[in-house]
Design a protein around this ligand. Structure first.
Ligand code: NOJ
Length: 562
């Protein structure tokens, strides 16, 4: 049976707002993306994932959708989108859309209607609860963005009830118990497929189902972040019994019959429960974007952690599931700053090493815009320069707990989502070539050193290395189908593994440290005849003697010669 296209794909995540601005208003747009598609084709990308570009008040940069069937005017029009789709398809690039189905904006027509009266036909599109007898919130859940008093329930004067919002007050949760809402969503998804999109990334899909009766959480409150007794506890609404019925119905009504690709953003999905969502027989999703390797609050990764997670997930894949390989996205800090080393000496080597690990382990690699040129974290001095809802909410909680503004920023900056959201660095001109106007968020001052133009002018740039990796995926079956076997598992620095399928055996050796280390070839390797096919240190000899040195962040790929 032919492989599904998405197993062979290299997906590139576009955060449109920060990608490329074509009209000088400081906001990236679809025409800007069109003007750069050739760069992505050159990189070897064959699928792009758009974070939400629908009409939105932009409270959470588009994850607050006010109309699921239109493009936000700041990004362009539906005709621009159709043009982009044709252009991308013409270049062999598929397009998947981010679908935010857990909540909408409070400015969506559905919510405007819903809040009007208890008997409005749209009332049950959202989750309403009466106050407790003392007038207080229905339970002690806190919202993730910690606005207002911190509660996940907002009181609405008009009808005297509270509505649920796991995220912002301006992002009410949709009610998946209500059939008319579900039908409306299926129609909308089919409408996008009719338009020509190739698949969907499902935002926080594990949170669509809420627990019956909305019980209190027993989680111990975070002393600094949780306020007024309201506790943000992801586990309350994650993987709740009944979630599979919802996803299976989505499959039956949309994904299955239309054969579109689906990737679920899976907070709370682990190697232990993943097959419930992604094995073929389940008829739910194609692959899951899990947070076990990397996530928003993870500052570093050890060789051991890497091996454990990859082993666990390769078993998921062997048993018929599939998953995503990535280290960063629009919700995280820059991967080279967290998991590599962004000093002048090591930035390029460590960025290439991280990329190799992700592009040669089982699953579909997702590149986040800018990682292919090694973009790094940013640090702003005042909270006014930050935009991310988590950063602002956590900052307010910290200030309310007596933390000083400087200490709050020092704590929050390294993990702020804004690290990933600074404008793409195209060149060393003003505003990094992103806009001729005033960018909506400040450009990272490192742009004169780190930019695409510079990378394109050098043969051994990070961009050129990514290009090699994407090419390798097209040419080496072991990268997609090969069984994963780790070597030297006791090593704290060296990550070494084989990818082996019928046609081919590859060996990947990486020194995941700032020191020069010894690598002792295990017998299985020492006996073979290997040919080096990729390295990030062109000045080293391709040699696999019994014992050899590996330079800081050195990474190599070898192929076994038969
Ligand atoms: C996950 C998205 O990736 C993130 O950016 C957003 O804030 C939340 N879901 C809420 O939609």
């Amino acid at each position: 049976m032919a492989r599904k296209w998405w197993k062979e794909a290299v997906v590139y995540e576009i955060y449109c707002k920060s990608f490329c601005d074509s009209n000088g208003d400081g906001i990236g747009d679809l025409r800007g993306v069109m003007s750069k598609l050739h760069v992505l084709a050159d990189l070897g990308v064959n699928c792009i994932w758009f974070t939400p570009i629908y009409a939105s008040p932009q409270i959470d940069n588009g994850y607050d959708v006010s109309d699921y069937r239109s493009i936000d005017p700041a990004y362009g029009t539906i005709d621009d989108f159709k043009e982009l789709l044709d252009m991308a398809h013409g270049m062999g690039i598929r397009v998947i859309m981010d679908m935010v189905l857990n909540h909408s904006s409070d400015e969506h027509e559905w919510f405007k209607e819903s809040r009007k009266s208890k008997d409005n036909p749209y009332r049950n599109y959202y989750i309403w609860q009466p106050p407790k007898p003392d007038g207080s919130e229905p339970n002690n859940w806190g919202s993730y963005f910690r606005e207002g008093n911190g509660s996940a329930w907002e009181f609405d004067e008009t009808t005297g009830e509270y509505y649920l919002h796991q995220y912002s007050i301006k992002m009410p949760d949709l009610n998946w118990e209500y059939e008319p809402l579900r039908k409306e969503i299926y129609d909308m998804l089919n409408w996008w497929i009719d338009l020509g999109v190739d698949g969907f990334r499902l935002d926080v899909f594990t949170r669509l189902k809420k627990p019956a009766g909305f019980p209190d959480t027993n989680k111990t409150p975070d002393p600094v972040l949780d306020r007024n007794g309201f506790i943000a506890d992801g586990s309350m609404c994650t993987n709740v019994e009944g979630i599979h019925e919802i996803i299976h119905e989505l499959y039956n009504e949309v994904f299955g019959p239309r054969d579109c690709m689906t990737v679920g953003e899976g907070a709370g999905v682990t190697h232990e429960n993943a097959l419930g969502y992604v094995s073929r027989g389940r008829e739910e999703l194609d692959m899951v974007y899990h947070f076990q390797l990397s996530h928003r609050r993870k500052y570093s990764i050890s060789a051991d952690h890497f091996r454990t997670v990859q082993k666990n997930w390769s078993e998921v894949i062997e048993r018929g599931g599939w998953s995503v390989q990535y280290l960063s996205n629009h919700d995280s800090a820059r991967q080279v700053s967290c998991y590599g080393c962004d000093s002048e000496e090591h930035r390029a080597s460590s960025a290439k090493l991280l990329a190799t690990l992700i592009h040669t382990t089982p699953g579909t690699p997702f590149i986040y815009q800018g990682e292919e040129i090694g973009m790094v974290n940013v640090k702003y001095d005042t909270i006014e320069d930050y935009n991310c809802c988590y950063t602002l909410g956590d900052y307010n909680s910290m200030i309310a707990s007596g933390v000083s503004p400087k200490e709050a920023i020092d704590t929050l900056a390294p993990r702020s989502r804004d690290n990933a959201r600074t404008p793409y660095q195209w060149n060393s001109e003003e505003n990094a070539g992103f806009t001729t106007g005033k960018p909506w968020i400040k450009v990272n001052p490192k742009y004169t050193e780190i930019n695409l133009e510079k990378d394109l002018a050098t043969n051994d740039s990070i961009f050129a290395f990514y290009r090699e990796l994407t090419k390798m995926r097209r040419e080496n079956p072991a990268i997609i189908d090969g069984k994963l076997e780790f070597l030297c598992e006791e090593s704290p620095d060296v990550i070494a593994y084989l990818r082996e399928c019928e046609e081919q055996t590859l060996l990947i050796i990486a020194n995941y440290s700032k020191n020069t280390v010894k690598f002792n070839s295990p017998e299985k390797v020492a006996l073979g005849k290997w040919q080096r096919i990729l390295t990030n240190k062109n000045n080293t000899l391709p040699s696999l003697e019994k014992t050899r040195s590996l330079l800081p962040f050195e990474v190599e790929i070898y192929e076994l010669k038969k």
